[in-house]
Design a binder for this molecule. Structure first.
Ligand code: G3H
Ligand code: 13P
Ligand code: ZN
Length: 309
């Protein structure tokens, strides 16, 4: 099918009560693990690239790897900029072939967020590219910017209609208690489904995005801690909560940390069991296989988008 924007994906996901997985990609093995899983499950996909990923792997390398994945899978794939923070960054990704961008003005005052988002929407829509905006602030770390719990804030449902109407943005990321990284909750996990419900009421049929949605799979954390890692207290969003969100207005669920944990757990175990190995193909093979297994599980049991490509 090839490169697509998010319009049709979200329309079908909203109507079908499922969500599209938006997985962060940084290298060949991650792209292969995710896209092989999606191919076997016949699932639509969003592959998202942060500015950190672009710095690490280079825009052209990532674009070409994704083009290769399209040739190999024939799936509809949306290539999306994750957490764009300036008009120039969004423009550079659009000009470089991305089919969707996020402009994250969530740290700015409301009016400034509207102005910046509108500027990106005008440039993007002219070229058939979709735009995600954000209202409310998630705690956690993204691109080395740490948002403390104190500076995080839930989305105010009173703001969403004005934001969407005056920007023309295609989807909206909201803050309901998820956060980036591997340490999301100190006590019990709690998401503000009341806010999601209220947003859904104010914006009927409109696609909502959930960031910080890794489950921080306990088996990976246990494995990492067993083989010399130190991640005590790591905790994520329970999968049943994500499943519930996917049946509501949430059409896009962002997952990065779980992939990082899958790779790290696999490599720690591998090196403990094979201390003399030094060929990257040997240890990256099981890491890539674990990403594939993890993504298949997410597509089928969390997102419900298997068979929907
Ligand atoms: O939201 C952040 C994503 O997990 C991407 O992380 O900025 O370190 O690439 P990164
Ligand atoms: P996690 O850290 O929960 O995987 O969230 C990733 C994310 O929201 C990327 O934008
Ligand atoms: Zn995010």
């Amino acid at each position: 099918m090839g490169l697509v924007n998010s319009v049709e994906m979200f329309k079908k996901a909203y109507a079908g009560g499922y969500a599209i997985g938006a997985f962060n990609v940084n290298n060949m093995e991650i792209i292969q693990g995710i896209t092989e899983a999606a191919k076997e499950e016949n699932a639509p996909l969003i592959l998202q690239v942060s500015s950190g990923a672009r710095k690490y792997a280079n825009h052209t390398y990532l674009m070409k790897l994704i083009e290769a994945a399209i040739v190999e899978t024939d799936l509809p794939i949306c290539v999306h900029l994750d957490h764009g923070d300036t008009f120039e960054l969004c423009k550079s990704c659009i000009d470089g072939g991305f089919t969707s961008v996020m402009i994250d003005g969530s740290s700015k005052p409301f009016k400034d967020n509207i102005a910046l988002t509108k500027q990106v929407v005008e440039y993007a829509h002219d070229k058939g590219i979709t735009v995600e905006g954000e209202l409310g602030r998630l705690a956690g770390v993204e691109d080395e910017v740490k948002v403390s719990e104190k500076d995080s804030s839930y989305t105010d449902p009173d703001d969403v209609e004005e934001f969407v109407k005056s920007t023309g943005v295609d989807s909206l990321a909201i803050a309901i208690g998820t956060s980036h990284g591997a340490y999301k909750f100190k006590g019990d996990a709690k998401l503000r489904f009341d806010i999601l419900e209220e947003v859904q009421k104010r914006l009927p049929g409109y696609p909502i995005v959930l960031h910080g949605a890794s489950s921080v799979i306990p088996e990976y954390v246990d494995e990492i801690n067993k083989y010399g890692g130190q991640m005590p207290g790591a905790k994520g969003v329970p999968e049943d909560m994500l499943r519930k969100a996917a049946t509501m207005a949430v059409c896009k669920i962002n997952i990065d940390s779980d992939i990082r944990l899958a790779v790290t757990a696999t490599l720690r175990k591998y090196f403990a069991e094979n201390p003399s190995h030094f060929d990257p193909r040997q240890y990256l093979t099981p890491a890539r296989a674990e990403i594939k297994k993890l993504v298949k599980h997410k597509l089928v049991s969390v997102l419900g988008c298997n068979g929907k490509a």
